[in-house]
Design a protein around this ligand. Structure first.
Ligand SMILES: Cc1ncc(COP(=O)(O)O)c(C=O)c1O
Length: 370
C-alpha cells in the first residue's frame, strides 16, 4: 500500500528521515554559524542518536548540547567528548554520575542558583578540578534563569568565588520566539534576547568576571541573532528535522521538513471520521506552539484533514466523506507538531534516500530523562 505522497513502508507507525533534506538542514545551519563567526553546538535532544550527533560534528559543530546526564552518558559512550549540559544538576545521584562523566568527557553545566553551584563546587573540589559553569539567563521564556542585568550579576557574585567551579559564560534559550504571532515578532525576540545576554556579559566583565562564552539558541532564532555582536555560540536542536512548529513560525517549509511519521488508516467507522495507528504514544500530545488548537500534525497531501485528537494508540481524523477519500490500509505521511518528543517515543528512525531505505538510525538516548 502506498501513501498519498508515494512512499511505501512495510510497517507503521514509522519515523522516516529524508536523509537528503536532513543533510541540507545540517549544512544550512553550519553555514549560519560560519557566516556569523560563532560556534555551533546543536542540542541533541531532538534526535537522541550518537550517529546523528557525529554527523553534526562532521558538518562543523564544535560540540553538543544535552539536557540530561543520561543523554550525555550515551553520547560520551559513543566517543563524543565536548558536551554542554544545559540543565541544573540537582542531587547526589546526579552529581555522582556527572563525576564519572567528567573522567571521559569535557563537560560544562548551566545553572541559575547558588544551591546548584555549591553542589558542583563540592564535586569539583573532590575531583581537584574546576567544572566550567555557564549562568542561565532568562531572556523571555520565563522557564529557568536569572534575569538579565543586575540579577545575573548578583548570582555571579554569589558563586564566582566558589572553589571547584569556574564561571566561563552565559547561556540563554530564547524558546519564547516560537510563541510569536509572526516571523517578524520572532525575529525581534531573537535579537532582543541576543542583545540582553551580550549586555549582561559586558556587565559581568565590568565587575571582573572572565566571561568567554555567550551562548544563545533555538531553531527559530540563529538566523536573526547569531550575528548580534558578542554572541559566541548557537545551540539549535530541532533544525536537523524541522517540524510543524517551525513551518508555522516561518523558518521551515514542507520541503525542509526531514522527518515524517508514516501511519496507516486502520478504521473508518463513520463518514466524518477515520482512525490511524498513530496516537499520543507516537505523535506525542504536544500541541502546535504558535497556533494552539490546530490539531496534532499535518497530513501531507491532505491539508483539509484534521488530526483532531489522540488517544494512546489511535489518531482520530476529522474529515468529510471519509469513506470516499480514504481506504483502510492506506498510509498517510504526517509532519508532527513537535518532532523532539516524537523521536523520544521511537526505538529507530528509518533513513530514506529518494524513497528507499538506506539505513536504520537507532534512537539510543530515547527515554534518557534522568
Ligand atoms: C537549553 C536549550 N538550548 C537549545 C534548545 C534547542 O531549541 P530548539 O528546539 O528550538 O531547536 C533547547 C530546546 O528545548 C533548550 O532547552
Amino acid at each position: 500500500m502506498s501513501s498519498s505522497t508515494g512512499l511505501t513502508f512495510a510497517d507503521t507507525p514509522s519515523l522516516l528521515v529524508d536523509l537528503d533534506k536532513m543533510e541540507a538542514n545540517l549544512k544550512e545551519m553550519a553555514d549560519v554559524a560560519a557566516d556569523a563567526g560563532v560556534a555551533l553546538r546543536p542540542h541533541v535532544k531532538t534526535h537522541k542518536s550518537p550517529e546523528l550527533a557525529r554527523l553534526q560534528l562532521e558538518y562543523g559543530a564544535a560540540g553538543i548540547t544535552v539536557a540530561k546526564i543520561g543523554e550525555a552518558e550515551v553520547m560520551a559512550d559513543a566517543g563524543i567528548t565536548d558536551i554542554r549540559i544545559a540543565y541544573p544538576i540537582v542531587g547526589q545521584a546526579k552529581l555522582g554520575r556527572l563525576g564519572r562523566l567528567l573522567r571521559s568527557a569535557d563537560v560544562s553545566v548551566s545553572l541559575d542558583s547558588a544551591e546548584v553551584a555549591e553542589g558542583l563546587s563540592n564535586l569539583g573540589q573532590r575531583m581537584s578540578r574546576r567544572i566550567p559553569i555557564l549562568l542561565k539567563v532568562n531572556t523571555g521564556l520565563d522557564r529557568v534563569g536569572s534575569l538579565p542585568g543586575q540579577e545575573s550579576l548578583r548570582l555571579a557574585e554569589q558563586i564566582g568565588a566558589l572553589p571547584g567551579i569556574e564561571l566561563v559564560g552565559l547561556l540563554t534559550h530564547e524558546g519564547h520566539a516560537l510563541r510569536s504571532r509572526s516571523r517578524e515578532e520572532a525575529k525581534e525576540r531573537a535579537v532582543r534576547a541576543g542583545e540582553a545576554i551580550v549586555q549582561t556579559a559586558e556587565l559581568l566583565r565590568g565587575s571582573g568576571f572572565n566571561i568567554r562564552e555567550v551562548s544563545v539558541g533555538s531553531t527559530p532564532t540563529p538566523r536573526d541573532n547569531a550575528h548580534v555582536s558578542g554572541v559566541t555560540e548557537i545551540r539549535p536542536g530541532t533544525y536537523i528535522f524541522n517540524d510543524l512548529n517551525e513551518m508555522t513560525i516561518g523558518v521551515a517549509t514542507e520541503a525542509t521538513v526531514a522527518l515524517t511519521v508514516l501511519a496507516t488508516v486502520v478504521s473508518i467507522p463513520a463518514d466524518d471520521r477515520a482512525i490511524i495507528d498513530a496516537g499520543s504514544k507516537t505523535l506525542s500530545s504536544d500541541g502546535l506552539v504558535p497556533a494552539p488548537d490546530s490539531g496534532f500534525g499535518y497530513i501531507r497531501g491532505h491539508p483539509d484533514i484534521r488530526i483532531d485528537h489522540l488517544t494512546e494508540e489511535h489518531g482520530i481524523l476529522a474529515l468529510d466523506a471519509a469513506r470516499d477519500r480514504l481506504k483502510i490500509g492506506q498510509q498517510l505521511e504526517i509532519i508532527p507538531n513537535h518532532v523532539c518528543p516524537v523521536v523520544n517515543l521511537a526505538d529507530v528512525m528509518y533513513g530514506m534516500r529518494q524513497g528507499r531505505l538506506e539505513r536504520e538510525i537507532a534512537v539510543l538516548a530515547r527515554g534518557k530523562n534522568r
